[in-house]
Write a protein that binds this ligand. Structure first.
Ligand code: ZN
Ligand code: ZN
Length: 124
């Protein structure tokens, strides 16, 4: 969700102003309830309700624009292993993945080459 979409979706008698929305979003980000997605300037609700001390892995679909936080597993530990020899202490790790979500990948595209077409081409 963009800050503008958030502003539009909050029911209120008085219209919210952008500074109010950005302040509220910043508070949610600081509390670990929401993640900011830098690459598309948007926000996503934390999949863990309250994010603490782990990498946030966010999958962003280029087709539908959807964003979802994925279970991070041991990513933070691996990044710590990379940073530690350099004396770097990680405070926050947000990894933004760009690609196609399962729903969009399933949708057949008009002129795309399917795996079956490729196999036929290879075998003649
Ligand atoms: Zn999270
Ligand atoms: Zn998608």
């Amino acid at each position: 969700m963009t800050a503008y979409a958030v502003m539009k979706s909050v029911p209120s008698n008085r219209p919210w102003t952008p500074p109010t929305v950005y302040r509220a979003l910043k508070r949610l980000v600081d509390a670990g309830l929401v993640h900011r997605i830098e690459s598309i300037n948007a926000y996503v609700i934390c999949a863990h309700h309250q994010h603490r001390g782990a990498a946030a892995v966010i999958a962003i679909c280029r087709s539908c624009g959807g964003a979802e936080e994925l279970a991070e597993g041991c990513v933070f530990e691996q990044l710590t292993n990379v940073a530690q020899p350099h004396g770097f202490r990680i405070e926050q790790a947000i990894i933004e993945l760009t690609g196609q979500c399962a729903r969009c990948a399933e949708r057949p595209l008009a002129k795309s080459t399917t795996a079956e077409d490729a196999r036929r081409e290879l075998t003649g």
